[in-house]
Design a protein around this ligand. Structure first.
Ligand code: PLP
Length: 434
């Protein structure tokens, strides 16, 4: 096997048993060819980011901080050009004033829809927090309160698009379609950029002026193409996920058609002001450097996800995606059918963290979610899920969603530790490990 005794001693000193270490190491060895594919995607995307930075003439001056109104902020303007270039948009809005992914999506929706318009999700129920933005669950300030209606076409049981249902759901009021790339907390496949492209082509054929927006959270840099290259008008995401590369301390982005981005800018700041204001407050350097590192960080996270899938699949748990499927986001779900196993997994991830490793995660009610959620994260940036983290609603079938790891070594250690906790509590079949 491909490890040294020295390495084993390091793991042992952190509480990993020999059985868990050897079991995991065997699986890692088998995954080498798969990991090489991820390395090639990283290489491709690294060059993409680099080219965008060079083309937009990123300079040391871009890292200067602005305050107050933030007029003529070179760093902010250049960064938005870099995002537009990198993701193939006409324009982009990349701001620390966008507080999170939900905010970025909310901004995109509220700014591009008007009373009387209808929003359509052709890929089933959107991410939990968007239910309140849309008003699927009644909420103060929702789109529904502003007279914007919502329609949904669910995916078919096998995860395919319901072409007929989508066609019937589109009518003259349909203004914007929201396509969630990642599965989020749902038990459905994540969409590849290719499938997103097929869906958009179908929709545009029925009604060419529909704005096709993609919730790109967790998808950035997983593939070589991004949704704007497949026909999307607007992509939206969080900087404390993939594109922030673990360094962005806050923020969200939108990129795509100039008109769509402009609408969002006027909504974020004010009509008349738009993109011209918004102090960068010293976060430009980590925004740039995070984007620069993002392809490598996403690679590590992908390896962690595939490793987790193979480890837990081998032990008889439900995993989505499975150990061999192609990847279109960095999320891995493991289904335990048992609250204790779910908690043990999360405790392991927490115990593997560089920050707050000594605390124990407990299920808790969270704003935006309709059941208790357990979250394991010992992150440098609060709630950052490009860092090693695991979470899930504590309800049957007790699925945990695992993601991130700023480095592959850390993601691997996190999986080792999660398995160690299950092993110690006799929540896994020991015969399968030894
Ligand atoms: C994380 C996520 C969101 C919401 O982002 P927050 O930063 O948690 O508000 C929306 N959609 C998807 C698919 C996500 O993964």
């Amino acid at each position: 096997m491909n490890y040294s005794e020295q390495l084993w001693k390091q793991y042992k000193s952190l509480g990993i048993s020999r059985e868990v270490f050897e079991f995991g190491s065997r699986i890692e060895d088998e995954l080498k060819p798969r990991f090489e594919e991820f390395d090639r995607t990283e290489e491709y995307n690294q060059l993409k980011v680099l080219r965008a930075m060079q083309k937009c003439r990123v300079s040391a001056e871009c890292f200067h901080s602005s305050n107050g109104y933030g007029y003529n902020d070179l760093g902010r303007e250049t960064l938005e050009a870099v995002y537009a270039e990198c993701f193939h948009g006409e324009d982009a809005l990349v701001r620390p004033q966008i507080t999170c992914g939900t905010h970025a999506l909310s901004l995109a929706l509220f700014s591009n829809l008007r009373p009387g318009d209808e929003l359509l999700s052709p890929v089933g129920k959107p991410y939990d927090t968007l239910e309140e933005v849309i008003g699927i669950r009644p909420s103060k300030g929702s789109l529904a309160e502003y007279g914007i209606s919502y329609r949904q076409a669910d995916l078919k049981k096998d995860g395919s698009f319901d072409w007929e249902g989508i066609k019937h759901a589109i009518h003259e009021k349909t203004k914007l379609v929201t396509i969630q790339r990642s599965k989020g907390y749902a038990a459905r496949p994540t969409l590849s950029v290719e499938r997103i492209g097929e869906l958009i082509a179908f929709i545009k054929k029925i009604k060419p002026d529909i704005i096709c927006m993609v919730d790109n959270c967790y998808g950035e840099f997983v593939e070589e193409r991004e949704p704007l290259e497949a026909g999307a008008d607007l992509i939206v995401g969080s900087l404390i996920k993939n594109p922030g590369g673990g360094l962005a301390p806050v923020g969200g982005y939108l990129a795509g058609k100039k008109e769509c981005v402009e609408q969002a800018a006027y909504r974020l700041t004010s009509p008349g002001l738009g993109k011209e204001v918004g102090a960068s407050l010293g976060v430009m350097q980590p925004f740039y450097q995070g984007l620069f590192l993002a392809p490598a960080v996403v690679n590590g996270a992908l390896k962690g996800a595939v490793f987790a899938a193979n480890v837990y699949e081998r032990l008889g748990f439900g995993v989505l995606p499975n150990g061999t499927e192609s990847r279109h986001d960095i999320i891995q779900s493991v289904t335990f059918q048992n609250p204790d196993a779910m908690k043990a997994f999360c405790k392991g991830i927490q115990a593997a963290a560089p920050v707050d490793s000594y605390v124990s995660p407990e299920p808790w009610a969270m704003p935006g979610y309709d059941s208790d959620v357990i979250m394991a994260a010992g992150a440098f940036v609060q709630g950052s899920s490009i860092e090693l983290s695991a979470d899930g609603p504590l309800k049957p079938p007790y699925s945990v969603f695992f993601q991130g790891g700023l480095t592959w070594s850390h993601a691997k250690f996190g999986i080792f530790m999660s398995l160690q906790k299950l092993y110690e509590q006799k929540l896994v079949n020991r015969d399968l490990i030894c």
